[in-house]
Each structure stands twice: as structure tokens, then as C-alpha cells.
Design a protein around this ligand. Structure first.
Ligand SMILES: O=C([O-])[C@@H](O)[C@@H](O)[C@H](O)[C@@H](O)C(=O)[O-]
Ligand SMILES: [Mg+2]
Length: 434
């Protein structure tokens, strides 16, 4: 029984929010005390509200706003026509428009992802089916994620600043602790795995010189043994010779090595010399990159991200392409809340194959914007929400609070370099450092 079919979209609400984010280190600097996200609501004539969440950036929000006239009056099932109109309006986004940072800065893919996920949420609510059914149905009931470790400074972000919350216990306390050496990373991993039961571990590198970071991987191997797969990601900041030296060292203990070097050619050259899979969310990041990826052989695993690949259905198309061309597909993340987590989990559940646990920053976030609090991670996995659409609803009082935080914090985009300069004046992001 189709409820309210034919209902057109008559309302579009864009709400920028700021969420507390700990001082996590990466190749481009350090996370600011708040990570920015944007929440989109699309409202149909019959009153159904579809929601989505994308990385927050004032330029993306303006781009989303500029799509308003194409969205109002549209049928939420007519996504192909919308995608064509947006592509014509925004024009080509080249690989260069992604930017050099670990995160993606393109507009069209973010805008379409926001609109597509909110429309799928509406479709699911109209049909009384979960989004995973709109992607072809569940291949699994829950989706495994990896513990995502970071070198970090003391603090949990937001108004907590760099101080500790004395009342915090368990992971809430461990999340605040400094981790700048192998001991700190092992302690972080133990606390995160104890709380969430993760069965795979990823360490974000690129913050310190390769020896310290590689030693941290060996310390994790020592602490967790060979049964917990390990990954390492220095965000392409290594020179080719560094990639070869440390890639060889890490070979015996890694499940895969993520973006050791910059660019498809360097990745392809290194891949020929290493005996472990290489993964990327930096050198093959759009459909336009696939032909050269195949020609060069730049990676084994593409880490998709529905926010960066233009939505959930595009990610399913990417899965087919990966199967055709002998790539594995897994998933990348950035600091996010429960709406993105729900969308990632519906997609993860629909993927035909899932050889690797997916990335998520979710444990680093202490707040959420969905009713009922954060989606639980149990035994390292998130159950596919069973309600109609995404299966999560907006907590409007949290939305208002997080929007007020956005206005108060004064941030308009992610800038980890500027944040790092507050700790180390004059610090500069170098795309290749070691
Ligand atoms: O959150 C971070 O600092 C990461 O560096 C993130 O921005 C990356 O996009 C991502 O996690 C990655 O896998 O490269
Ligand atoms: Mg990465």
C-alpha cells in the first residue's frame, strides 16, 4: 500500500550545526573544537519530512541553497532528472576540485548526496520500507565498523576545551586523553574496543614522523595479536621512498595500507612493490578517476563515501564497477552524527560484498541530532534501522542547540591547518612531508 504517492516537495530547510569534536591529529593539522555538519529537511505537501546530513561548509550550504528552485515542486522519486539538472547547473567537478586535504571539498557531490538521501528517506516513509530496500534489499542485518584511532591532544572538544571532565568514565574518559605515542594509541584502542567491541582497527597517521607511527602499529599488533585486522592511513603525506620503506616494514601486520603516497601514479608504482592491498579515499575519488585507476592499477580497495560519491545509489553503482574491474569496495568517514550513520549503515547493508569493516568517526562524537540518542554499536556493528526511510528522526531540541553552537563558534569551514597554528604558530600543511 503506497501512502501519499505523488506528493511533491514543498519545503526545504537547511540547518548548519556545530558538534563537539576532539583535537584529533592528521596530516592537514588538527580538528577544531567543533566539526561542522549541515542538516537538510525536505517536506512534502502531505507533511512527510525527509532528512539527511552532510559535511558542513558555508560554500556547500550556499550551493545547496542555490538548488532550491530545482527541488521545490519536484517529485521525490525523480532523482535522475534532478541529478541531470544539478550537473548542468554546477558544471564539471574535476579531480582537482576535491582539494589536497584528507577531506573532499567538492560541491555537486555533497549537494546531490544531501538531496538524494533526504528524498530516499521520504520514499521509504511513503512506501513504509527502510532505505536499504530501495537499494535492492539487505545482504546483512548489521554492518561491521572498525575502531578508528587517532593521535590526539588532550581534550574532547567543544566547551570542554583541553580540560578533562572529572565525571566521565569508560570511553567518555578515554576519549579525552592525549595520545601522542604508541602507549597512548594502545590505551585508546583498548578503551574504544572495550566499549564498542570493534573487530578491526584503523590508525590515522600522517601527524608524526613515520617511525613513531609505524612503532604504534607494531604496538597495536603486539597488544591485539593477529586476529584483529589492522589498517594504517598517513593520508598520502609520505614520499615514494618512505612509502616503500615503511610499507615493507608494515607488510606482515597490515590488512591494508591506505593512501601511503599521493596520486594514482605513485600509488600504482608502490603497489607493484608491496605485498599488501592498498586502499584509497584520496587518489580515486570520483567516477572520472576510474579509467586511469584501471589503466595504472593504483589501488586494490576504493573507500567510497556517499557524501563524496553523490549519494547512496551512486555508491551502489560504484560497487558494480568495483566488481567489474577487480576492486574491493569499503567506506571512508569524517566526523559525523547519527543521520549519516544511518545512511552509511543502510548502504553497508545493501552492498553485495563487504570484505572489510567500514570506517566511522562516530565514537568520537559525544552529541547527536537524532531522537533516542546515538545509534548503538554492539560487537563492533550497527544494526540496520528497521523503521521506514532512514529509520531515524530529528531531535529538534538538539538541532536547535547545535545550530546555536554553530552560530556561537564562528567557524564556517573545516580548517585543520589554522587550528594547528593555535598550538604551533607558523605550522604549515605540506601535501608531502616525509
Ligand atoms: O578526520 C580526519 O582527520 C581524517 O583525516 C579525515 O578527514 C579523512 O578524510 C579520513 O578519515 C581518511 O580516511 O582519510
Ligand atoms: Mg583515508
Amino acid at each position: 500500500m503506497v501512502k501519499n504517492s505523488g506528493s511533491k516537495i514543498c519545503g526545504m530547510v537547511i540547518t548548519p550545526i556545530a558538534i563537539k569534536d576532539p583535537p584529533l591529529l592528521n596530516a592537514a593539522g588538527v580538528h577544531a573544537p567543533y566539526a561542522l555538519r549541515t542538516i537538510l529537511e525536505l517536506v512534502t505537501e502531505s507533511g512527510i519530512v525527509g532528512i539527511s546530513e552532510i559535511p558542513g561548509n558555508v560554500q556547500t550550504n550556499e550551493a545547496l541553497e542555490s538548488a532550491r528552485s530545482m527541488v521545490l515542486g519536484m517529485d521525490p522519486f525523480h532523482l535522475n532528472a534532478l541529478q541531470n539538472r544539478l550537473a548542468a547547473y554546477f558544471g564539471d567537478e574535476t579531480a582537482a576540485s576535491r582539494g589536497d586535504t584528507p577531506w573532499d571539498q567538492r560541491k555537486l557531490v555533497h549537494v546531490f548526496s544531501a538531496l538524494e538521501v533526504a528524498c530516499l528517506d521520504i520514499q521509504g516513509k511513503m512506501l513504509d520500507r527502510p532505505v536499504v530496500d530501495l537499494l535492492g534489499g539487505k545482504m546483512r542485518d548489521s554492518v561491521p565498523y572498525a575502531a578508528y584511532l587517532f593521535f590526539k591532544y588532550e581534550g574532547a572538544g567543544g566547551v570542554l576545551g583541553t580540560g578533562q571532565d572529572p565525571a566521565a568514565m569508560g570511553w567518555a574518559a578515554a576519549r579525552q586523553k592525549e595520545a601522542v605515542d604508541p602507549e597512548g594509541i594502545v590505551a585508546q584502542a583498548k578503551a574504544m574496543c572495550a566499549e564498542f567491541g570493534f573487530q578491526s582497527i584503523k590508525l590515522k597517521g600522517g601527524a608524526f614522523e613515520p617511525r613513531l607511527e609505524t612503532d604504534s602499529m607494531f604496538a597495536l599488533y603486539e597488544a591485539f595479536g593477529k586476529d584483529i585486522p589492522l589498517r594504517f592511513d598517513p593520508n598520502a603525506i609520505w614520499k615514494p621512498e618512505t612509502g616503500l620503506q615503511f610499507g615493507k616494514e608494515l607488510e606482515p601486520i597490515l590488512e591494508y595500507l591506505e593512501d601511503p603516497v599521493r596520486g594514482q601514479q605513485n600509488m600504482a608504482d608502490l603497489r607493484k612493490k608491496l605485498g599488501i592491498p592498498l586502499a584509497t579515499n584520496m587518489c580515486t575519488t570520483s567516477f572520472g578517476d576510474i579509467p586511469s585507476s584501471i589503466r595504472l592499477g593504483s589501488e586494490d580497495i576504493i573507500l567510497s563515501d556517499h557524501h563524496f560519491w553523490g549519494g547512496l545509489r551512486s555508491s551502489m553503482e560504484l560497487a558494480k564497477m568495483c566488481r567489474t574491474f577487480g576492486r574491493d569496495l569499503s567506506m571512508h568517514s569524517n566526523s559525523h552524527l547519527g543521520i549519516s550513520m544511518a545512511a552509511m549503515t543502510h548502504l553497508g547493508a545493501a552492498l553485495p560484498e563487504m570484505p572489510y569493516a567500514l570506517d566511522t568517526h562516530y565514537p568520537w562524537q559525544s552529541e547527536d541530532v537524532i531522537l533516542g540518542g546515538k545509534l548503538p554499536i554492539v560487537d563492533g556493528a550497527v544494526a540496520v534501522p528497521s523503521g521506514p526511510g532512514l529509520g531515524v528522526e530529528l531531535d529538534r531540541s538538539m538541532l536547535a542547540k547545535l545550530h546555536a553552537d554553530y552560530l556561537a563558534c564562528g567557524l564556517t569551514k573545516r580548517d585543520d591547518e589554522a587550528e594547528m597554528q593555535k598550538y604551533h604558530p607558523g605550522w604549515k600543511f605540506e601535501t608531502i612531508r616525509w
